[in-house]
Design a protein around this ligand. Structure first.
Ligand SMILES: [Zn+2]
Ligand SMILES: [Zn+2]
Length: 110
């Protein structure tokens, strides 16, 4: 299949560059990145509340700590916390806590 340069109507020829194949105009050097080689990152990834909890739990070292809670399992008064919008945007977000001491995780509605 022959492609033509949108700028000067010259002939586009495939050229491999950095692991990708570009179409390059033989006349003016115009370069086209073919769609099939373009990685689409824009597609949104939907996570369930449970998945979000799991993902965030892997990053607890970066979470803020609150001292206004009491762990229901061990009675410790420090817990990591984070907020997840679990349902529709107009509903209040759910606050999660994770005990610093024993790792017990629970949720609390604001
Ligand atoms: Zn051209
Ligand atoms: Zn605890």
């Amino acid at each position: 299949m022959m492609s033509f340069c949108p700028r000067c109507s010259g002939t586009l020829r495939p050229r491999r560059e950095g692991g990708k194949v570009y179409l390059v105009c033989t006349r003016c050097g115009y370069r086209v990145e073919p769609r099939e080689n373009t990685l689409t990152i824009s597609s949104r990834i939907q996570h369930s509340a449970k998945e979000k909890t799991t993902i965030i739990e892997e990053n607890t070292l970066n979470l803020p700590i609150t001292r206004d809670v009491i762990c229901k399992r061990c009675g410790h008064t420090e817990a990591y916390y984070w907020v997840v919008q679990t349902r529709a945007a107009d509903e209040p977000p759910t606050r999660f806590y994770k005990c610093v001491k024993c790792g017990y995780t629970w949720r609390e509605y604001e």
